[in-house]
Design a binder for this molecule. Structure first.
Ligand SMILES: O=C(O)CCC(=O)C(=O)O
Ligand SMILES: [Fe+2]
Length: 370
């Protein structure tokens, strides 16, 4: 069975699209990074700030609150989750530390065209004619990360970074498990129902535990930008995860979610909170009940913004299909069965139209693609 990292190898990206510019040397927005058609669309409307709910994980109504947020917005912010602000500050500061290294050092950890982990531009880059104002570092495999970061920081200085990222992945995994349970409860779906869809009826509950979920930590860096209204951090997209747990630095706004009837809504940073957004895989598994959130990151002139996304996925050999209990005459089946690997292939080819390609009837579009 191929791993997901191996599945990505089937869809290599052009090297030109991987190497970020040296942002420190750029004082005017280059034409290569100027998005002419953004106009007013890039300006956030602060009056809509409170649309995406902020939920305390210890709230007695947590199941209802999470279910409502997922169905309505495909996203929410979660507080009181047990991961301390001081720890998150450390994760942010180690990420900042990596991105403030000289360009020639960071390039030593450049991901190869067919790999997921390491330093580089976002995987979505090839879908756009203009470059994004972003550089990223993806942590998938701990030993590869140790290897790559030891090239960025010679003399063993990579250890604190690697240690904190490993801890963050562990803590995020526990939180993701807890959130998944709450999301399923809100739909009256058990973990067994989910397991049978993902791994088949001959699998056992131990299989879901022993088959490690596929996860990745995505560190995003958006340096202060000379002309933010003409630049784009990460363009409109949905995540290829069950859901994503995102930490954003509290100093500057940047994340926006597209909401029907509102347009682009800014998700303001709440100190210590995570943004949770539904990804394509949970959209498919819930038969569209939890829509994958369309989102993007805009940039600003004064701050170097950092965000850290934990992409939570099912085991690598999973089948992705609507859970039968969520399909009935009122909720006709929206998506066809496929393996996760097949979906990665669809995404690599069709990007934002991927959910339509997974739909039984492509005319029935999810609101993830409006
Ligand atoms: O930086 C952000 O707020 C969004 C990051 C994001 O969407 C991603 O990493 O997929
Ligand atoms: Fe995203």
């Amino acid at each position: 069975m191929k791993s997901i990292s191996e599945a990505y190898k089937d869809h290599p990206i052009n090297l030109h699209n991987i190497i970020p510019i040296d942002f420190k040397k750029v004082h005017e927005l280059p034409d290569s990074h100027t998005w002419p058609s953004l106009g007013q669309d890039s300006i956030s409307d602060t009056s809509h700030d409170q649309v995406i709910p902020i939920i305390d994980i210890e709230d007695p109504n947590i199941v209802k609150l999470i279910g409502h947020a997922c169905e309505t917005w495909g996203a929410f912010q979660i507080t009181n989750h047990g991961i301390s602000i001081s720890f998150l500050d450390e994760v942010e500061s180690q990420s900042r530390n990596l991105f403030t290294q000289p360009s020639q050092q960071k390039l030593k950890a450049l991901r190869t065209p067919d790999s997921v982990g390491g330093y580089g531009r976002p995987r979505m880059q090839p879908f756009f004619p203009k470059f994004l104002w972003q550089e990223g570092f993806t942590v998938v495999d701990q030993s590869a990360t140790v290897d790559q970061t030891s090239k960025i920081w010679p003399n063993g200085d990579h250890t604190p970074f690697c240690h904190v990222m490993e801890e963050h992945q562990k803590k995020s995994k526990d939180l993701a498990n807890r959130l998944l349970g709450l999301m399923l409860d809100s739909l009256e779906i058990t973990k067994d129902d989910l397991r049978i869809t993902l791994l088949g009826s001959s699998s056992s509950p131990e299989d879901l535990k022993s088959e490690a979920p596929h996860t990745a930590l995505q560190l995003n860096s958006y340096p202060a930008c000379p002309d933010p209204n003409k630049a784009m951090g990460l363009a409109s997209h949905t995540d290829t995860s069950l859901f994503t747990i995102l930490y954003q630095s509290s100093r500057s706004r940047g994340l926006q979610i597209k909401v029907d009837g509102f347009g682009w809504v800014t998700v303001p940073p709440v100190p210590g909170a995570f943004v949770v957004n539904i990804g394509d895989l949970l959209d498919i598994l819930t038969n569209g009940r939890f829509p994958s959130a369309v989102h993007r990151a805009i940039v600003n002139q004064s701050h170097h913004r950092i965000s850290i996304g934990y992409f939570y996925g099912p085991p690598c050999n999973s089948k992705i299909a609507p859970i039968p209990k969520l399909v009935d005459s009122n909720h006709p089946i929206r998506y066809r069965d496929m393996t996760w690997r097949e979906y990665i292939g669809i995404k690599a080819k069709h990007f934002e139209k991927s959910l339509s390609f997974a739909a039984v009837n492509p005319e029935i579009r999810t609101n993830a693609q409006s």
